[in-house]
Ligand binder design. Sequence first.
Ligand SMILES: Cc1cc2nc3c(=O)[nH]c(=O)nc-3n(C[C@H](O)[C@H](O)[C@H](O)COP(=O)(O)OP(=O)(O)OC[C@H]3O[C@@H](n4cnc5c(N)ncnc54)[C@H](O)[C@@H]3O)c2cc1C
Length: 179
Amino acid sequence: MHLGIPGTIGGAVKMNAGAYGKEMKDIVFSTTYIDLDGNINKINLDEHEFEYRKSIFKDKRYIILESTLKLKKGKKEEIENKMKEYQTLRKEKQPISKPSAGSTFKRGEDYITAKLIDECGLKGKQIGGAKVSEKHAGFIVNEGNATSKDILDLIEYVKKEVYEKTGKKIELEIEIVGE
Ligand SMILES: Cc1cc2nc3c(=O)[nH]c(=O)nc-3n(C[C@H](O)[C@H](O)[C@H](O)COP(=O)(O)OP(=O)(O)OC[C@H]3O[C@@H](n4cnc5c(N)ncnc54)[C@H](O)[C@@H]3O)c2cc1C
């Protein structure tokens, strides 16, 4: 059963994916990767240099082959209930029925970015097919026909508005690939 954060183990380890107070760094034991010279290496937890949405893989062009996770044994029913609980929270608070890349901006040191965007009156702001979700201002959703330019333009608009209104420079959580 798949619930929660969409993606593969490689993407999750590289981005130190996490939610509801837990991140990959809490469960990764070791990772095997291949470097650009074709060497296969294995690193242990402390060598991953995990930080918020960051790991040693962030600036290196390595390919993660596999990760060993250290999980705690639990009761099946309790685990399933926890999964359902988190899924309900997601459905209530996040626009998961619409296409998006997830949370667009990183959490701030001393502020909640989505709240800041909301307070700047940006919920529902739309450029082309890209829209600041009305359900969760941290998400930019595709209303059906968004181009990558619509999304990038909306990101820039949101960043500029938030900076002008609050003085905070919000940073991207997602990675921009290509031009
Ligand atoms: C609705 C929704 C909700 C989300 N909620 C969350 C959340 O709660 N928390 C969170 O952290 N993220 C969230 N995300 C973002 C994203 O799903 C996760 O960060 C996920 O772990 C990314 O994994 P992926 O396999 O899709 O990687 P991709 O997005 O495809 O790639 C991410 C990066 O990892 C690299 N990469 C992928 N595979 C490998 C590999 N094998 N070796 C080396 N590099 C690799 C890619 O090149 C890229 O740089 C959400 C996204 C959506 C759409």
